[in-house]
Each structure stands twice: as C-alpha cells, then as structure tokens.
Design a protein around this ligand. Sequence first.
Ligand code: MG
Length: 374
Amino acid sequence: MRETSLILLAAGSSSRFGLPVRKQWLDQGGRPLWLRVAESFAKAAEFAEILVVGGANELEYMRLHAPQFHYITGGASRQESLSNALKEVRSEYLLVSDIARCCLDRELLERVLSHRGEAACVVPAIRTVDTVYYGEEPVDREAIRLIQTPQLSRVEALKRAFELGEFTDESSAIHALGESVLFVEGSAKAHKLTTPADLKRLECLEPPSSETFTGYGLDTHAFEEGKRMVLGGVKIDAPMGFRAHSDGDVAIHALIDALLGAAGMGDIGEHFPDRDPRWKGADSAKLLETVVARILGCGFEILHADLSILAETPRLSPYKAAIRRRLAGLLGLPLRRLNVKATTSEKMGFVGRKEGVTVHAVATLRPYDWRKHL
Ligand code: MG
C-alpha cells in the first residue's frame, strides 16, 4: 500500500456547524477530532505519507499536536485545498477523506483500497431509500447514488481533471475527464458531521477530556505624555497613555498572553507582530476578540480569568468595575468568573516611580463540552 498517500481535509470553516468551536477541533478524549481521524487511518492501513490540510493560521498549532504528519495550507474551496496538497504528493495513488466523516469504517476503507488500479477513481456510494424528486419530477431512486469519502484516485488523472474546472469531489472531476470511475458500496457509518444534530448519530465519538489548562500572562508598558489611555478596554481619564505599537492596553495584552498560554498557542507577539503595520495603533479589544475566537474555534471554552494591575498612577479604583464588565463581555464570561484587582507597588521600582504599569493575568480553559448538544 506504500504507493498510496492519504490526504485528510481539515481546513473547513464549519459555517453550518453553528457553534464557536469548529468541528475538526471537537475534543475527543484529550485530542482534537482531526487528529483522532488521522490516527485511525494511520492505524488501519499503511500510507506512503499522510497530509493534513488545515487553516493557514493554525498549521503550526496542528504540527505541535502531531509532528509525524505533513501539514498543507487549505484554500478557499475543497478543490483548492486538495490542489495545494496534490503538489506535494509523490505517490501514484491518493486516498482523500473529509475529517467530517469522522467515524472510520475499516471495512469500507479496505473495500476502497482493494480495488486500487481498477479505475482512475474508486468511490464509495450509498443508495437512497427515500423517494427522490429532481425539481418537480420524481426520478428512479434505484439510479441514485450518494457519494462518500474516502475516495481513491490516480494522482496523474486527478491533476489533469482539476485543470478542467471546479468540482465538489474527485469522482466528478475524473468523470468529467472521461476516465473510469468505479463505485463500491459505501457505509452508513461514514455519515458526515455537518450540524450539531449529527453528533447524536455518530456513535464513534468519544467524550471530551475533563482536563483544565491554566495560562499566565505578564505585560509592562511605559507611560507616554499626551496619548489617550485605554486599560482593560476602558478609557481612563489621565494626562498620559502607554507607549506602544498598538493602543498599549497593557491589561488586555497580559490577558491575551494568559489565554494563549493556557491553549498552548505561543504569545501575543507571534499572533500580532510589532513590525506588522496592521497592528499599528490597534484597538487591543479587537485583538482580544480575535484571540478568543481562535481559542474557541480550536475547541476550548474559557472558564475563568483573573488580573492584577500594578499602578502607582492613575488611581484605578473608580474604573475597576467598568474594566471587569468590559473584559467579562469580551470573554463571554459571567462577572464572577472574570476578576480584576488593582494595587500599587509601594513607591518601589519603575511602577513606584510612576514610569509605567505592569499587569499579571491568569486564565483557565477546558475542552468545549459538546455533549450539551446531544
Ligand atoms: Mg504589550
């Protein structure tokens, strides 16, 4: 089987899933769904290589989960993602599967692979038991085939087929090329995860891990005369602001680092580099929203965060409640789970000399408990 590579498509935006978490990142006993699918294929058959197609800004994060696979940047469509991966494939045959067909039926896999060489594309299909209409006209349901994955294609034929246009799968592309397509019996187990209602139908799913992860963040900014001061997303009435590439919201920066720390996603500088003109004068609340979406999208829920602001000046007691409300809102947390503390440093050090402000933050995450949708 070494002349067959495997491509797993995990770059989808999960727009029909309708939850903050994208389906490829649903936690399965401590690992994301895409990894569990990749591992189940790797265990079931021997492949020349396994390529996982993911979103451009999460390939590094995926690699941290499983360095043994190759990672490819996804495109705007299924075919574009697949074309990116095809450039890297060196084998004669290619098996392609959607991560959303997450319950691997080993018998189906063996059935598809056993027909290798018999057609340019081997594709699993199931019959429908429902009456089918095309527009206003009923059609012969015996003639209807519903196409599934994994599909096995000859690499050279697939490359030529994709030059003909845009297709929704490999079999239709290879059919358009006039090359042979062989249908094999599909499997009810290969049902696709599309909406939360599908979670009930997919019996192979494992419950999420109950682990929690705590991250820590620290940031310091010096004062700058005449700049507008924003702290914790709240405008502060002060004669100075913070020297920074962005708006200098030192509290939000510390909180972002705490969140990224808990998720294992590096630090704020990797996500929003100082040198990048896009972040010049950036509203840090927007950066926090981006980070929260990224963390939720990758399968976490935020449980709690706590901040300590060290400032000799300005006096923060009149602003603490507003900062708390603002940050809780940005994190989607009830007020009890987002705490803000302010203290001075007793006139010692750079904070005591009124040169700037330091903020410490911690945040706790856990894998999103998708069972609430069962
Ligand atoms: Mg900073």
